[in-house]
Design a protein around this ligand. Structure first.
Ligand SMILES: Cc1cc2nc3c(=O)[nH]c(=O)nc-3n(C[C@H](O)[C@H](O)[C@H](O)COP(=O)(O)OP(=O)(O)OC[C@H]3O[C@@H](n4cnc5c(N)ncnc54)[C@H](O)[C@@H]3O)c2cc1C
Length: 459
């Protein structure tokens, strides 16, 4: 017990796994939470959970940014939500170090929190490679800030292209390179291209044929989540829209705003989006908990950290054996792992919470077992591809299924209603095509008035 006979459950991360685990714990341990014999603390640097599958639609402007996120305090009233970052975990002593917003501002140092049960769910970060120039110009696509930043950036490029007389600047502004053909990259590119093609009708001197959209994928296929047949369809659909899909091609460098590909081609560009996979969050390496060769926490099918008492994990950070996969041919080969996706993360979170509640009550735990149901992907407004529960769909039906599926999955009735209302309004009115990039620097106008801004320096 951490103190006063209270069992403290510390949840690191308020994403899919963290939020759904806490939600389930709230329900399963309602009485204990009310009596004060159990407390649940959820720590995340952001006060919201991001529904990542909606990020491409947020980038396209079909859903407003605040409807893609779920406020943790609102959905977890029985938990303590701490906005901060866990920077170290000493599981032998069962203590975590948390840098909170206040600690950063006052410089008073991090706080230490003792716990009894640890749920480690920090998810993943973009997997980058040592490509020259990538760290300087690459744009990720994992957070709502990145999605909205990218939307503003793309629209700003149209403004740049429209207002320059320099053909080289115009060409680079109208060239958009995406690296990585998983659902994040393909959906982001497809939605943004669709939005940009719509937007250029309002520019007197930019045509949709002037834009170059390029998808670079190292393997021979895209969207492995929807299977080979639907992946090939997606390539045909994108190429049919004049999108340059380059398979078995890698980004070699992107210095001085020129993307150089392994097939020898060079594209001057101001937009390089990197969605070539994810790796487990680096905080895991700062613990002494067991990791596999790829840096994931080794977990048992019951979602305990392997061989460690009182530590649990799931989602993108965890290596969870997939009990539904065919057993390996050789007995010494390890069983395949669950893929890092929302489908597993959400279901694992429920089992994880049930198991913690069971352990606290002295009941047996259960194993996580879910057969991957397939996937749906949007390729822009009214276009999509799906392979789910054995059914293959493309075009409008797949797009409709994508929307229906994610509407049913996005947490809280409140969010569902707001997203549905937005889609309905978007169907009735014209799309929004304005870039609000200046929101990233809200003090610029006041600084200018006060004579301290960059504009004044220039003058
Ligand atoms: C653009 C995009 C589209 C996607 N589309 C789909 C889809 O269509 N279908 C699908 O199945 N999957 C999809 N995914 C994948 C899916 O979103 C992830 O697999 C899922 O979010 C994993 O859940 P998680 O809880 O492990 O991680 P996350 O949901 O990423 O949550 C991790 C949380 O931990 C927090 N955190 C990180 N470090 C710390 C720290 N040190 N201290 C405290 N908190 C910390 C983060 O802020 C974050 O809130 C998509 C992903 C992206 C990026």
């Amino acid at each position: 017990m951490s103190s006063n006979n209270v069992t403290r459950i510390l949840v690191v991360g308020g994403g899919y796994v963290g939020m759904y685990t806490a939600l389930r714990l709230q329900r399963k341990l309602k009485q204990e939470l009310r009596q004060g014999t159990v407390e649940v603390i959820v720590v995340d640097p952001e006060p919201y959970m991001t529904y990542q599958p909606f990020l491409p639609e947020a980038a396209a402007g079909s859903i407003s940014p605040r409807h893609v996120v779920v406020p943790l305090r609102r959905v977890l009233p029985q938990c303590q939500v701490v906005i901060g970052e866990v920077t170290a975990i000493d599981h032998t002593e069962r203590r975590a170090t948390i840098t909170t917003l206040a600690a950063e501002e006052t410089g008073n140092g991090a706080i230490e929190v003792a716990y009894d049960e640890l749920v480690l769910a920090p998810g993943s970060v973009s997997r980058t490679l040592p490509v020259p120039g990538l760290a300087d110009v690459g744009i990720g696509f994992k957070t709502v800030e990145e999605a909205i930043g990218l939307r503003n950036h793309v629209l700003a490029q149209l403004d740049i292209a429209s207002s320059t007389r320099d053909p080289a600047v115009r060409d680079a502004a109208l060239t958009f390179v995406f690296v990585g053909g998983g659902y994040a990259g393909v959906e982001a590119l497809a939605e943004l291209e669709d939005m940009a093609r719509y937007a250029v009708r309002y520019y007197h001197n930019v045509q949709s044929e002037d834009m170059k959209w390029i998808l670079v994928e190292a393997t021979g296929r895209i969207l492995p989540e929807v299977g080979p047949e639907m992946g090939r369809y997606a390539v045909r659909e994108l190429r049919g829209r004049n999108i340059d899909v380059r398979l078995e091609t890698r980004l070699e460098s992107c210095e001085k705003r020129v993307a150089v590909l392994s097939d020898g081609s060079r594209f001057p560009t101001r937009t390089l989006v990197w969605t070539a996979g994810v790796k487990p969050h680096p905080i895991l390496a700062a613990t002494e908990l067991p990791l596999n060769d790829h840096g994931h926490l080794k977990c048992t099918p019951a979602l305990r950290v392997d061989g460690v008492e009182h530590a649990w994990s799931a989602g993108d950070a965890a290596a969870v054996p997939d009990l539904t996969a065919e057993p390996p041919a050789k007995p010494d080969e390890p069983r395949p792992l669950c893929a890092p996706n929302a489908q597993h993360a959400l279901r694992q979170a429920k089992v994880l919470a049930e198991n913690i509640a069971a352990v606290l009550r002295g009941d047996p735990t259960e194993n996580y077992e879910h057969k991957y149901a397939g996937s749906v992907a949007s390729l822009g407004l009214h276009k999509g591809v799906a392979h789910i529960y054995g059914r293959k769909l493309k075009g409008y039906p797949a797009w409709f299924m994508h929307r229906a599926y994610h509407l049913s999955r996005v947490p809280t009735f409140n969010r569902k209603a707001r997203v549905l209302a937005e889609w309905t309004l978007a169907g009735l009115f014209k799309r929004e095509i304005v870039s609000l990039g200046s929101l990233e620097n809200p003090r610029a106008e006041f600084e200018l008035a006060a004579g301290t801004g960059r504009h004044n320096e220039a003058i």
